[in-house]
Design a binder for this molecule. Structure first.
Ligand code: PBG
Length: 336
């Protein structure tokens, strides 16, 4: 090729996808996935015997609430247009035992906080309660143990039935069995119906993986767990198993189903969303939050853009509802 020769003129593209990206208004018009505050659920922690909200070191910006500060935070979330609240209770250490007694007592911290919020807010928001024993057991497992120290599935179901009733009586609109015991949705549904709580919904933790991304949550709830939950939560290597869990949860009467964690499991979320005929939720868990916070703190990621992008990705993969510690923050960003 001689130095003064020119390349042949390029063939003009026939299709120009960039055309629809020309202006912000056009991009907004054709955006396929929308995020709104109403899709977001804020998980909150309420701790017994606390006089001031206590920061959670591994979740900057998230606190363990006192009953009063929780009431204020709940009002703020409702004002911001957030779709619902998911409550986790943190009992004082002397209120932990092998059976998680304080998870089912009406004067247990989670049930008291549910009562507070239901009295304050009525039906103005959706009050959800974590239905699991791990915060209330001294061994930190999601269920009760047999004589060999293994999590006893069927004995745990009995406790979940009691916990569902305690939460319904305290005012939960939705209970969220998160312990991954076989048959938990059926047992919870039957217990609720048996006492006339036919209107209380079950948000099934359908595909819940044994994930390292729950690390910061363990600090948030002062978990007593030694070891892991690999005998009841799913192996991260498995996807098809989630479809089995989905089939069972739907058959047992789940009103909503959830995949958790969210971003590392978008493939599972998509498969579940394609097959579910009930609304699908996903939980952007503590470790997902902590990753964004840690990187943003170092100036390595733009926090606000990453928050909105990650939540959009979860919605795009098929979640209608997203549980996220960023719910109120994202609502503010979306209102701008
Ligand atoms: C169990 C429960 C856990 C989370 C929600 N419900 C912890 C676990 O399964 O170990 C984790 C939530 C998060 O990491 O944000 N009660």
């Amino acid at each position: 090729m001689s130095p003064d020769s020119h390349p042949a003129p390029v063939q003009a593209p026939i299709e120009r996808p960039r055309r629809l990206r020309t202006t912000p208004a056009l991009r907004r018009l054709v955006a396929q996935t929308r995020l709104s505050a109403a899709d977001l659920v804020l998980p909150v922690f309420v701790r017994e015997d606390l006089t001031e909200p206590a920061p959670i070191g591994s979740m900057p910006g998230v606190v363990q609430h006192t009953r009063d500060s929780l009431r204020a935070a709940a009002h703020e979330a409702v004002e911001a247009g957030v779709g619902g609240l998911m409550l986790f209770g943190v009992p004082s250490p002397e209120h932990k035992d092998a059976e998680g007694t304080w998870g089912t007592r009406p004067d247990g911290i989670l049930n008291l906080a549910l009562e507070d919020l239901r009295a304050d807010l009525g039906d103005a928001t959706v009050l959800m309660a974590d239905l699991c024993l791990d915060e209330f057991t001294d061994h930190g497992h999601c269920g009760v143990l047999d004589e060999r120290g293994r999590v006893d599935n069927d004995a745990t179901l009995q406790r979940y039935a009691e916990m569902a009733l305690a939460q319904a009586r305290a005012g939960a609109h939705v209970v969220g069995p998160s312990g991954m015991m076989d048959g938990q949705v059926a047992v919870v549904r039957a217990a609720l119906d048996g006492e006339g709580f036919t209107d209380v919904s079950v948000l099934a933790y359908t595909a819940k993986y044994a994930s390292a991304y729950y690390g910061p949550f363990r600090e948030a709830v002062g978990s007593s767990l030694q070891g892991d939950r690999a005998t009841y939560q799913q192996d991260p290597a498995n996807a098809t198993e989630s479809l089995r869990e989905l089939r069972l949860d739907l058959a047992e009467g789940a009103d909503l189903v959830m995949v958790k964690p969210a971003l590392p499991y978008l493939d599972v979320l998509r498969q579940v969303a394609d097959l579910s005929d009930v609304p699908v939720a996903a939980y952007q868990v503590s470790g997902e939050y902590a990753q964004i916070e840690a990187a943003a703190e170092r100036g390595w990621l733009d926090r606000d853009r990453t928050v909105l992008e990650s939540l959009t990705a979860v919605r795009r993969a098929g979640a209608q509802v997203v549980l996220t510690y960023y719910a109120v923050h994202a609502a503010a960003l979306l209102a701008r």
